[in-house]
Structures are given as C-alpha cells and as structure tokens.
Design a protein around this ligand. Structure first.
Ligand SMILES: Nc1ncnc2c1ncn2[C@@H]1O[C@H](COP(=O)(O)OP(=O)(O)O)[C@@H](O)[C@H]1O
Ligand SMILES: [Mg+2]
Length: 409
C-alpha cells in the first residue's frame, strides 16, 4: 500500500459525514470523499480506488446493502466497514453477508472507527498476500516486543521508546507498554511525568505469583493510555534479578499488550540480553557522531555472536545532536547494515521531554514526531518502508575515511 490509505465515506447524512471526516483528520488516513448510495458511491470509488470505505446502513437498508455488494465487486481489495444505529445482530449479519468486514453501531467513537479500519486493512492485506502466493505477514499469537537497544547513552533510546509506544497507542493500532530496563539511570517515568511507586524490580521479585492479571498492579498509566513498567526510583543492582524472571515479565506483558517496548541502558546487562532474545524487532539505535558509530560496530558484533536472527535487527539512525559528522548512507556502508529508519534532529522532541509529555502528543507535527509515527505504522505492519527512509546498501568501496577510522580499531 503506497502512501497513506484513502477512505471514502458513503452516508446520505451530510452532518455525520462531516463529523466522521473531522474525527479522521488526525489519523493517518486521507478521507477523499463522502457521498450518497448507488451510482454516486460507485463512480467515486472506481475513480479514487480507496483502500477502505465507511458506509452507513440505516432503514430502509436495501439501498445501502446493495451498494456494499456493488462496492465489493469493483473494490475487491478494499476494507468495507459498515456503521448503523441498528444494533440488532440480524442487521449486522446482513451487512456482513453483503460484504462488509466490520459493523459498528452508533454513536461512533473516532478511535473505534480507526481501529476497525486498521484491522480491516490488515485483514485485506493478509488475504491479498495469500491469493498472490506471497508470504503473508506472520500471524503473531502475542504482542510484538520491540527492544530499543544501543551501544551507549545519550543517543535517544528513551526518547524513541516513549514516542514509539505513544504512537502505537494514538494511531489506534493497539495497546502498548514500555518496560524500563535501565535499572540504574532509568528515566522513562520521569520523561512521561509519571510517579514511580513500584518497578520492574518489584515485579521480578514477586515472580512466583506473577500472572496476566497481577502484573497490571505494577504498571502506571500515562493519560494517553500507554502503560509503563518503570525502573526503580533508586538505582538497583540488576544482578540480583534472574534472567528467567525478566523473561516471564516480558511474556506476560506480551500476552496482555499488542506492543511491548523495552528501553535499555547504554550497557549490556543480563536483563538486556533477555530483552534482545525475546524481541520481535531490535531497533539498534546509533547517532551520527563517530564514537556512537564506532560503538555500534561493537554492538553489531555482539549481536551477530548471539542467537539473534539478522532480520530482526533494524539499524535506526537518530540525529540526536545537530553536530553530525557523517551521513546516514555512510553509516549504512560502514556498518555493513542497511539503515532501516532515520529520525531527524529536532529540538522539539527534547522540549516535549522536558515537560514530561511525548512529542507525538505534545507536538505531533514536529519532524521527529512525524518520523516516529511513520515508524510505528511500519512496525505495526500497515505501511511498507517509505523510500526516503531506506539508505543505500553496502558497496564495496563505501565509507572512505570513516571506514578506515573504524576498522582500524
Ligand atoms: N531526534 C532528536 N533530535 C533532537 N534531540 C534528540 C533527538 N533524540 C533524542 N534527543 C535528545 O537527546 C538527549 C538524549 O536522549 P535520550 O532519549 O535520553 O537518550 P538515551 O536513552 O539513549 O540515553 C535528550 O536530551 C533528548 O531530548
Ligand atoms: Mg535512556
């Protein structure tokens, strides 16, 4: 699916159409039109070829149901979502038989609409992949664990963790929880302006009794809905925590949340080892100063010695400072690793952290927040990697001076 998905709204009622359109303006969707049933809907749909259609079904329902059937004929790959004030199961059934993927009852909540469209798109994508014989995205039985890892401090790991978790939540693609595994300098709670009463260490201490329900008492919630399992308020010796306990904590959180984001310290500890092992995706963060890149070569070596599959390591360049001595593409060449994502330098992201509010909420239009929102969309499987984020692959002669500098070490 190239670019942001387009949605057509089919509703005779101008006011509902306008309200829906207004609600969706903050989502990643582009609402390209709102029209009435029949020919009007069909001609707009065949011209615009939307990825999703929101269609109102009210009494008398015949016209709306017929339009759904006709739309599935001309847009076999689109997700058609019906909504109605008729809450009985028969009406819902009729809409689904006509070809709707989902049926929402009024009053509509924007978040529910976004969620329904996202799910419809994902379902259609899996169907398309199956039909064309492509490898469909693996169906996970639990949440996705994203470990945000890097070889040193000050490169933006915590900033990325917080904003990524928030973006998953605000995009409506699922619930998210951040685990702060920096048991000495952990600052996730502080950067989200949350009080720390219990921590990751407390959860691992009560490991025997910990289950899907009881783990929730160790979580604190940001008003945006993101849950946080914070690091202890006082620096704690993580060496007392058995790796199996950390493993259990992550497994339970992945059973209860769609996205588990693990923020890590700048050092390699046993807890980090578990977080890397359990990760669905490792965001290997580097900034663009030469020491960070040098340390990232070491981190990559470390990862290649571990049992981590190469596909799950995603090199993420964060322009944490504006004194960048090298270019993104050179980093890719030197590290012999494709750059998966690049987050621009943006003072606004730091300013938001200062007031304890993720930039994704506080300054959603800032460049770094936009980039992290796109990253969340890609990781959640609804967007392919946009071309501008993909750096050149390794070339034999790439890297020049920088390469010599690093490989001399
Ligand atoms: N893309 C960026 N643009 C500008 N400043 C950034 C960016 N990413 C991070 N920062 C700033 O860099 C500093 C270190 O970030 P932090 O997330 O605490 O790093 P780490 O967790 O790796 O130690 C913070 O002041 C943060 O605001
Ligand atoms: Mg940090």
């Amino acid at each position: 699916m190239a670019g942001n998905p387009r949605i057509v709204i089919v509703d005779q009622d101008f006011e509902t159409r306008a309200e829906l359109q207004k609600g969706l303006a903050k989502s990643r969707f582009i609402v390209v039109g709102g029209v009435g049933y029949g020919a009007e809907a069909l001609s707009l749909a065949s011209e615009i070829k939307p990825q999703a259609v929101l269609i109102c079904v009210e009494e008398p329902t015949a016209r709306a149901l017929q339009t759904i059937e006709q739309l599935t004929g001309i847009l076999p790959e689109a997700a058609i979502i019906a909504y109605s004030s008729l809450a009985d199961s028969d009406s819902a059934r009729r809409a689904v038989i006509a070809g709707a993927r989902d049926y929402l009852t009024k009053p509509l909540k924007t978040d529910d609409v976004i969620k329904a469209v996202e799910m419809g798109l994902a379902q259609q994508e899996r169907r398309r992949a199956l039909l064309t014989g492509e490898q469909p995205a693996p169906v996970r039985t639990g949440g996705m664990i994203v470990t945000v890892f890097g070889a040193k401090g000050g490169i933006g790991k915590t900033t990325i963790s917080i904003n990524l978790a928030t973006a998953f939540q605000t995009l409506g693609v699922g619930s998210s929880v951040i685990v702060d595994s920096d048991t000495i300098f952990g600052d996730v709670a502080m950067m989200m302006d949350l009080p720390v009463e219990t921590s990751l260490i407390d959860a691992t201490r009560d490991i025997e009794d910990l289950d899907r329900d009881s783990i929730s008492k160790y979580l604190i919630h940001h008003p945006c809905g993101v849950a946080v399992l914070p690091a202890p308020f006082e620096p704690t010796d993580w060496r007392n925590v058995p790796p199996e306990s950390m493993e259990k904590v992550l497994s339970l959180l992945a059973q209860t949340h769609d996205f588990v984001i693990v923020d890590t310290p700048g050092t390699f500890t046993d807890l980090v080892g578990v977080a890397l092992e359990k990760a669905t995706v490792i965001l290997l963060v580097t900034s663009l100063d030469i020491t960070s890149i040098k340390d990232t070569t070491v981190a990559l070596k470390l990862l290649s010695n571990g049992s981590y599959s190469e596909e799950k390591i995603k090199l993420t360049v964060n322009h944490a400072t504006n004194v960048n001595s090298v270019k993104d593409t050179d980093v890719g060449k030197v590290l012999r690793q494709e750059v998966f994502w690049s987050i621009p330098h943006d003072e606004e992201i730091g300013q938001s952290a200062q007031i304890g509010s993720p930039a994704v909420i506080d300054r959603p239009d800032s460049r770094a927040a936009q980039s992290i929102q796109e990253l969340a969309a890609v990781l959640s499987g609804y967007e392919p990697v946009p071309v501008e984020h993909v750096a050149a692959r390794v070339e034999d002669n790439g890297g020049g001076l920088l390469k010599k500098f690093i490989f001399r070490q």
